[in-house]
Design a binder for this molecule. Structure first.
Ligand SMILES: NC(=O)C1=CN([C@@H]2O[C@H](COP(=O)(O)OP(=O)(O)OC[C@H]3O[C@@H](n4cnc5c(N)ncnc54)[C@H](O)[C@@H]3O)[C@@H](O)[C@H]2O)C=CC1
Ligand SMILES: O=C([O-])CC(=O)C(=O)O
Length: 305
């Protein structure tokens, strides 16, 4: 029997990540080749015409799995009944900026969209925040949507994870599909920790901006699909991935931060991988990125007050 369609919200859908992401979702890359979808696309009024153009292209692509498109500048209409929300809307950084430099513009968006999601999304909606600063936007969304279970709110560090896989495969001249279980700890920022390729992975976003004069889009869209696919459909046996999730104090990371951990997923739920040994070098990095997230949290609240 054909499955019921899943409603997937993409905010900032007229932007460059949105433009790369919505065809992937409509083609089944996010939820599987037998899962029909209805796309909800939100952007702001100045982008309404462009958003309508994206809708026209989705129609023109004749995706068999795409059962409907809602393209709107109304946040309530956008959020109504959605099962999955990919929050991309916001402002990207430009060359020379850190991700937290877009904080004041972006956190207020997440405060206001939190209540629309809380009131109008489907029960058990899964939320992925992509817009920067991703961890802190997700935390603000969580705090202003207290009835959404904290296990349902996450942020994207899968792009950093995938970048690490890519770097290792290039260096070792092996297939990327033969590399697994790298870990991104902490913030999607230049304090994150990642095995031996720390600086390349930390600075990859800035290198892309330098090269394209625009921040990463196709890789970000692809990582967002990987994140949701694994969350909904499960990680393969023996494989863990990185997700920014609400800290429960594992690995002595302060509870109350959205922090990237190694996770496995099954039945639509993530679980932090426990018992990995953390050496002194890594401990310092885990603490530094937690410290940065605490500072960002305070900064976010000062922007909102
Ligand atoms: N976590 C991650 O790994 C990554 C995060 N990003 C972040 O994703 C965000 C989007 O990046 P791009 O698509 O390149 O930017 P973009 O500027 O091309 O698109 C953003 C879209 O969001 C819309 N927007 C602004 N305010 C909105 C609101 N209140 N509601 C709905 N839509 C709104 C804009 O009109 C625009 O169409 C940026 O914050 C960027 O820094 C980008 C790459 C990777
Ligand atoms: O670097 C940026 O500003 C965009 C982003 O988050 C990334 O590419 O990792």
């Amino acid at each position: 029997m054909a499955k019921d369609p899943v409603r997937v919200l993409v905010t900032g859908a007229a932007g460059q990540i949105g433009y790369a992401l919505v065809p992937m979702i409509a083609r089944g890359v996010m939820l599987g080749p037998d899962q029909p979808v209805i796309l909800h696309m939100l952007d702001i009024p100045p982008a309404a015409e462009s958003l309508n153009g994206v809708k026209m292209e989705l129609v023109d692509a004749a995706f068999p799995l795409l059962k409907g498109v809602v393209a709107t500048t109304d946040v309530v209409e956008a959020c109504t009944g959605v099962n999955i929300a990919v929050m991309v809307g916001g402002f990207p950084r430009k060359e020379g900026m850190e991700r937290k430099d877009v904080m004041s513009k972006n956190v207020s968006i997440y405060k206001s969209q939190a209540s629309a999601l809380e009131k109008h999304a489907a029960a058990n909606c899964k939320v992925l925040v992509v817009a920067n600063p991703a961890n802190t936007n997700a935390l603000i969304l969580k705090e202003y949507a207290p009835s959404i279970p904290e296990k349902n709110i996450s942020c994207l560090t899968r792009l950093d994870h995938n970048r690490a896989l890519g770097q290792i495969s290039e260096r070792l001249k092996v297939q990327v599909s033969d590399v697994k279980n790298v870990i991104i700890w902490g913030n999607h920022s230049s304090t994150q920790l990642n095995g031996e390729f720390i600086s390349t992975v930390q600075q990859r976003g800035a290198a892309i901006i330098k090269a394209r004069k625009l921040s990463s889009a196709l890789s970000a869209a692809s990582a967002a699909c990987d994140h949701i696919r694994d969350w909904v459909l499960g990680t393969p046996q023996g494989t863990f991935v990185s997700m920014g999730v609400y800290s429960d104090g594992s690995y002595n990371v302060p509870a109350g931060l959205i922090y990237s951990f190694p996770v496995t997923t099954a039945n639509g739920e993530w679980k932090i991988v426990q018992g990995l040994s953390i050496d002194e070098f890594s401990r310092k990095k885990l603490d530094a990125t937690a410290e940065e997230l605490s500072e960002e949290k305070n900064l976010a609240y000062s922007c909102l007050s």
